[in-house]
Design a protein around this ligand. Sequence first.
Ligand SMILES: [Zn+2]
Ligand SMILES: [Zn+2]
Length: 893
Amino acid sequence: MNKGQLPKAYEFRDVEARIYAFWEESGCFRADENSKKPAFSIVIPPPNVTGQLHMGHALNNTLQDILCRYKRLKGFEVLWVPGTDHAGIATQNVVERQLAQQGLSRYDLGREKFVEKVWEWKEEYGGYIIKQLKRLGASCDWSRERFTMDEGLSRAVRIVFVKLYEEGLIYRGTRMINWCPRCRTALANIEVEGEELPGRLYHIRYPLADGSGELVVATTRPETMLGDTAVAVHPEDPRYLEVVGKDVILPLMDRRIPVIADTYVDREFGTGALKVTPGHDFNDFDLGVKHNLALIQVIGEDGVMTEAAGPYAGLDRYECRKRVVADLEAGGYLVKIDDHLHRVGHCYRCKSVVEPMQSLQWFVRTQPLAEKAMEAVRDGRTRIVPEKWEKDYFQWLENIEDWCVSRQIWWGHRIPAWYCADCGEVTVAVEDPDRCGSCGSPHITQEEDVLDTWFSSALWPFSTMGWPEKTPELTKFYPTSVLVTGFDILFFWVARMMMMGLHFMKDVPFRDVYVHALVRDAQGQKMSKSKGNVIDPLIMMDQYGTDALRFTLTAFAVQGRDVKLSEERIEGYRHFVNKIWNATRLVLMNVEGARILDEIPEDPGRLAHRWILSRFQKVVQEVEEALENYHFNQYAQSLYQFFWHEYCDWYLEMIKPDLYGDDPQAKVVAQTIAVQVLRNVLVMLHPVMPFVTEELWQKLPGTEGSIMQAEFPPVDKYRIDSGAEADMELVMGVIGSIRNIRGEMNISPAARVNAVCLCATETEKGLVEANERTVVDLARLEGLSVALQGQGSKPRLAAGAVVSGVEVYVLLDDVLDFESEAARLQKEITKLEKELSITNRKLSNEDFLTRAPAQVVEKEREKAERLGEKLEKMRRHRQRIEELRHDAAGSAG
Ligand SMILES: [Zn+2]
Ligand SMILES: [Zn+2]
């Protein structure tokens, strides 16, 4: 289709795919690492390769896209690096579930075959999320798409691992770790979700071995008693001074275990005697090390009781609990059972209850790395926005523990460590060795474990740019400009990128971290499948178009506050998309064949022109300031307000006489300003509404190529004209007040009325007179007479209002039939009274108030309030009509 021609309606379904293909083909997303322009770069938080686009992604990527598109318009060389994360446990679980449907487990396939299967799965389904991001309009440099397990990134992982090992920052050690018996892997502390759950506290009798009495211990997990190796008491607890150093007999197992004393014991809890199970509790493990206690593992890695559990071996951990309790009771060892709330940890992936377990794992020594990560935020090299997240960041890093990075799964980066069967030494190397590094023996086997997924994503900002090579990308684009992320991965990911970036690149990975909020439903509830309140971005894009979805998310992206989203809101902003389309269509029809000026005249004359240019300049500044400071909602709102309520509602209406008139000079000025403002508004809207703005841009006169290559409108401060803005305020005020009176008095929109303006000053009088034509047209007047106050008299039978110093009167005698208007109002009032009394009856009904859901009651309350206000307004209006009728009767008589 040619320039200047637009179909009646915007068919986003046809436009979006075509436009996106056009961008990709014309290389608009590609970053040039040799460019002389200043650099702006972002790395995408890589979605899981198993991912499906949800509202969180939609918000996160819309905001990133806005920044990238904005910076391109501002003349930056922009690199947005996309990619996906191999998502270790998540992806492995997906493929395991598929196998389970065929009755197979990963062990049936064996490691190699299983990993092959995961790769097959990745090739087939792994691209979904990327397609969905394209659908959303993301302007990533797809030529640089990376995957955390592709060759380059895998090599970076190995190099980092080996370096950290050589520096003593990675070690292998026995530690208590959180273990998921379902996923059969270790979990990092933050991968465990704690939850307060009702449980039981079992009080168990442990007889002293010498028969001199007994100790009673309390536990929430009686099955772990099978692994007890001591009972601990406080050294100053007077109840137990005599028993320290003696032995007790462990019931059911008939094992002698010592009573030890340690100040760690809380005298107030239970009986003050604590059973110690170093194999299955973090604190007990530490006590065990301190007191040199044996460690007995009674629960296996699969959650089944081990041989060490004696008669209970082979039982599931929960089955075992039941049996232990029953046996204790039968043996007379159970004193009592209390109800007890306690914290239970769950696997963040599969929700199984995690098991503290001692195990030989690989750890990153995080403290030295964390110090530097804190310093960089303290000294401002990296800024966290909003600032309140800094506190969380520091708190976490101050209390950081060593990071357990080994995972007992198969999908991921296999740890580059080899064990020697002959000398027992470990060889850690970037290239697969064929001999032991210590003794040269060829009998070496590689570590079975893989690395935590977050290990590779911690390297993302530099590994994606070709590290360890010194690439031109790294020179140009590292540190990246900003990271846009949700707060849920502030520790998992952001803090670790800081640590790794500072250690390996000697510089922070990003200048800013912008932390956005969650997308919730309209009531502020978290979206979840079980609540049925999930809004699917793909369905929303199908129904309302991508631009409407993006604009809605942006308009509600207030810093530090959650985005409350509803389908109605998206539908609402679709009207805005249509408004932009329709307004552009109108402008195009009015400039067809016109010779638009390159420059707007320095003094465009007419108030409307000076006003819109001044307002436009302010909006340019507002938009810049909002985007530079991540106030996304302000960016969206100020353009919405300006375009709809100033440019469309007022400006285009006001210049109609010029556009349709015979003065060629006035016409071309109006055409030029209308087009230039529109063109620049489209440019400013482009970052949030990329599709419709591109489509319209290409139809506007005087444009070339893609809107992505346009220039962000420069600030022309001399166009700011506060005099014009104040004058226009007054003119709009006069028109607005006449429109109000027309509405209140129920005057037919078609009827022309007469109005009078009585001005306080000559200046005001001059201003209203100069804009008489505008007021007459926009307020639908028959005639307007303007006079100074005191010189003209207040008209009879008129409804009035005051706008700053101007008294405005609308003459009513010709247009209003007082009798029928009074009757109409009475009818309306009666109807409202009836409705209100029904609602009030409901609200005074106890039954309704107690039984109906709170939301329903609230709705009813709001309704009553609304009706009350409306009724009040109608009554006031009736009174006014009565007074006018009275006046009319008085003057007639
Ligand atoms: Zn799990
Ligand atoms: Zn060896």
